[in-house]
Design a protein. Structure first.
Length: 104
């Protein structure tokens, strides 16, 4: 159980991470794990990747949400043997300036 900012009338919630595959346009969840407040995202991601390795699944690409964008995780992902797709969150004035442009 974690505590966070009030959203839809609640301040306590469970946090979990899931890993799934998409084959033939079907999404299939392979593993699900709780995320404790004391855990780092690197520990959670390592646990998920270890689980799919134990299942004997070879991955070609890994798509992650923007909450996984951090130096710690980038270092962990750099040594992985598959392609990583990771959105970059809009943080910082220099990045925001690059993203400003004319609409087409």
């Amino acid at each position: 159980m974690r505590r966070g900012e009030a959203k839809s009338g609640t301040t306590h919630f469970y946090a979990y991470a899931s890993l799934y595959v998409i084959r033939h346009h079907q999404r299939v969840t392979l593993t699900l794990t709780y995320v404790l407040a004391s855990e780092t995202l690197a520990a959670v991601l390592t646990r998920l990747l270890d689980r799919i390795t134990a299942l004997g699944i070879s991955d070609k690409r890994l798509y992650l949400g923007r909450q996984f964008f951090s130096v710690e995780l980038l270092r962990l992902l750099k040594v992985q043997p598959f392609t990583i797709i990771l959105p970059v969150p809009k943080r910082g004035q220099r990045l925001l300036a690059l993203l400003q442009g004319r609409k087409s």
